[in-house]
Design a protein around this ligand. Sequence first.
Ligand SMILES: [Zn+2]
Length: 156
Amino acid sequence: MKIYNFETVDDDPITTDEVYMREALKLARKALEEDEVPIGAIIVSQGKIIGKGYNLTERLNDVTAHAEMQAFTAASNYMGGKYLKDCTLYVTVEPCVMCAGASYWTQIAKIVYGAIDEKRGASRYGKLYHPKTRVVPGVLAVECSDLIKSFFRNKR
Ligand SMILES: [Zn+2]
């Protein structure tokens, strides 16, 4: 097992992304415990987690209650403004069209996602992200997609 030192981890962007993706995965597991589709998201600004969310569409009876939407709202509240220009979103599954659209309005600097969503992923629908948003796919993709797959397997 690797022990991460948060003081030095910034030197290696891939490792940093994995560390934060593990935090998003924790939230995805929380969603799973509540019988929600297991997707988790966090937003990080200058090494600090300023927004968290996990899918709550069942509990809230709200199709817009995706993990990313919760995290955007939390981060904007924390920042005291609607723009998230210096922030990074970590989400365990590729954002859908709605969440990519919301991210556009936040002008977020970077989006890191885990599993690719071949059916509903935003990248299948053209350029939906803000031109200033850097998108990094496939971080801890296997772990992220295993969680989703096991959820739907158990549903059948
Ligand atoms: Zn979404």
